[in-house]
Design a protein around this ligand. Structure first.
Ligand SMILES: Nc1nc2c(ncn2[C@@H]2O[C@H](COP(=O)(O)OP(=O)(O)O)[C@@H](O)[C@H]2O)c(=O)[nH]1
Ligand SMILES: [Mg+2]
Length: 293
């Protein structure tokens, strides 16, 4: 996981180390190294803004200070670490948001097709302390209702569903009603909207309007890389926090950095596998330690 990001930073600090072995680090020596790092970060799916923020911090930290050969690697790592910590936001706590919401708390998952919404919904359902009911709000994609029913059976959790092609806002409404009656939290799935499909986008907007969820997560797939920016834009203004899935199969690590930077929203969870237990609360210190270890 995240190996390519690690290598990019490691190469850069090696280069700085060899440069300061010869003479004091000056602009002329540092600029090409920073440029090389920026290109590598872009290849790791780090957005241009985020890559530039890292580059600027490194320039400030490394230029004109007397970086010793022995301290170069540490200085580079510390600076990248601090920049990323500043950029990332892990302040979202779902349990607290649910506790603060009026009953029944309603949670929506939105995002592109295949990003991992249905799987993540089931993971959340299995992990939350509260009793939950799941709503099959994706009435569009073939087999989506059966997929959620299967999770419901595995987990012993009720699923509220209607027919395919029916109005997802009505599914949301019934799910919330069921949650209210049984004093549960409503977790509602939605169809994978694509911004190129205005109808589905209108339907989602109506659903959010009618059901007025307390918490809406945007679910994005780490493998989408820099395309997560497009997804953040397609759903702008519609979500409170982000869940990044498929971190177990991502080597680049850039998606999480890009989406934090672009959306300005916290990352609440990361998905790192296909099992119900493979959903972790996002911890930015741990994440940064891992990419720089
Ligand atoms: N490796 C891995 N696969 C995942 C993860 N989350 C979801 N998937 C897989 O991604 C595929 C699409 O997930 P699904 O929940 O159906 O996406 P949806 O279309 O957004 O509802 C499925 O095969 C999931 O098993 C994850 O964290 N890691
Ligand atoms: Mg789905």
């Amino acid at each position: 996981m995240l190996d390519k990001f690690k290598d990019s930073v490691k190469d850069f600090s090696e280069n700085v180390k060899s440069a300061v072995a010869e003479k004091e680090l000056d602009e002329e020596t540092l600029e090409p190294l920073l440029e090389e790092l920026r290109l590598k970060l872009l290849q790791n799916n780090v957005s241009l803004e985020a890559a530039e923020a890292i580059e600027d911090e490194l320039r400030d930290q490394l230029l004109g200070t007397n970086v010793k050969r022995m301290g170069a690697e540490e200085r580079v790592n510390e600076t990248v670490k601090e920049t990323l910590i500043e950029l990332l936001d892990d302040s979202f706590n779902l349990e607290k948001e649910i506790a603060d919401a009026e009953d029944p708390a309603t949670v929506f998952l939105i995002g592109f097709n295949g990003s991992g919404k249905t799987t993540t919904l089931a993971k959340l359902a299995s992990q939350l302390d509260q009793d939950v009911v799941m709503g099959a709000g994706d009435t569009f994609r073939a087999a989506s209702i059966e997929q959620l029913d299967e999770h419901g059976e595995n987990l012993g959790i009720d699923v509220v569903s209607h027919e395919y092609e029916s109005d997802p806002a009505a599914v949301g409404y019934d799910t919330v009603e069921h949650a209210e009656k049984e004093d549960k939290v409503a977790l509602v799935d939605t169809a994978g909207r694509s911004h190129s499909n205005r109808n589905l986008m209108d339907e989602l907007e109506k659903m959010i309007d009618v059901n007025d969820p307390d918490i809406t997560f945007l679910v994005v797939d780490a493998l989408a890389g820099n395309d997560v920016l497009e997804q953040a834009e397609a759903y702008e203004g519609m979500f409170d926090a982000v869940i990044v899935t498929k971190m177990d199969v991502d080597e680049n690590g850039g998606a999480i950095i890009s989406i934090s930077q672009r959306s300005g929203k916290p990352v609440a969870y990361i998905g790192d596998g296909q099992g119900y237990e493979d959903l972790e609360m996002f911890n930015k210190e741990e994440f940064v330690e891992e990419i720089l270890e």
